[in-house]
Design a protein around this ligand. Structure first.
Ligand SMILES: [Zn+2]
Length: 258
């Protein structure tokens, strides 16, 4: 029988056996609850991160911890912005504190290898800050062999491999929010959650070269999608997921080996 990979389904006794003394790595998906157009679920980033984490855990023999569900505030130019109903976000300091607490608990129970899969762009720098603070705190507590590996999904995503799906060229990874790529990923992972009769009009968002507070939400397409969905397909979604799962698994193997 395959080993159970979900921490949430293990008894404490089984979890202890597997992580004590740093035996097995724990992978923590980090997501968001954020609008992804009228056609994709609010949990798109979270489901995306979980799918990658589960595939990596299968590949390298690791445990997947329950996902960090809420993410840092959506910004207009990357996620449409926090003004959309349903985009339910944390302040950055809350995210940092939350993550440091969870990392400390993993370490206290014996985990020594922690892998992070973060798909929500706005989390990135705060997740890195939380990692830095957690490692510093653990070091002061005498734990110096705890390692966090966070694959950089933007580097791992191989645009060459995606080229056949983008005969028009890959216009902007920065604007890829609720567009062709994410729609494809959801068509592959959870087709039952994609409302294909609600695809938004094909438009690219255009933003001025500055941000404002309060945000100028008039630059954001009303649908919440920042780029076209045309051409979305299950095949593209599968290619993206396999590319990222392979790449992240390789990153974990390398990162944990040294
Ligand atoms: Zn997303």
């Amino acid at each position: 029988m395959d080993k159970q990979i979900l921490m949430a389904n293990l008894s404490w006794v089984d979890y202890q056996k597997r992580v004590q003394n740093g035996k097995e790595a724990v992978l923590l998906p980090i997501g968001a609850i954020e609008q992804h157009g009228p056609h994709l679920p609010l949990a798109t980033d979270l489901l995306f991160a979980e799918a990658i984490a589960k595939r990596c855990a299968d590949a390298i023999g690791a445990i997947v911890a329950p996902t960090i569900t809420y993410g840092c505030k959506s910004q207009c130019r990357s996620g449409g912005g926090n003004h959309f109903c349903g985009t339910t976000s944390l302040d950055a300091k809350t995210m940092i504190d939350h993550l440091v607490d969870v990392v400390r608990e993993f370490a206290r129970h014996g985990v020594r290898k922690l892998g992070l899969i973060d798909i929500h762009y706005e989390n990135d720098m705060y997740v890195l800050e939380a990692c830095d603070l957690a490692i510093r705190e653990l070091k002061y507590a005498g734990i110096t062999d705890f390692k966090i590996v966070k694959p950089n999904v933007n580097v791992i995503l191989d645009l060459e491999r995606l080229r056949p799906f983008y005969p028009e060229g890959f216009s902007s990874i920065a604007l890829e929010h609720a567009g062709k790529l994410e729609t494809s990923v959801m068509l592959y992972l959870h087709p039952e959650l994609v409302q294909q009769d609600r695809y938004p009009p094909d438009v690219f968002a255009h933003f001025p070269p500055y941000d404002t507070f309060p945000p100028e939400t008039q630059h954001v397409p009303p649908s919440g999608a920042l780029c076209p969905t045309s051409g979305a397909s299950r095949e593209l979604g599968e290619t993206v997921i396999l590319n990222l799962a392979d790449g992240c698994a390789t990153a974990f193997r390398q990162g944990f080996a040294v």
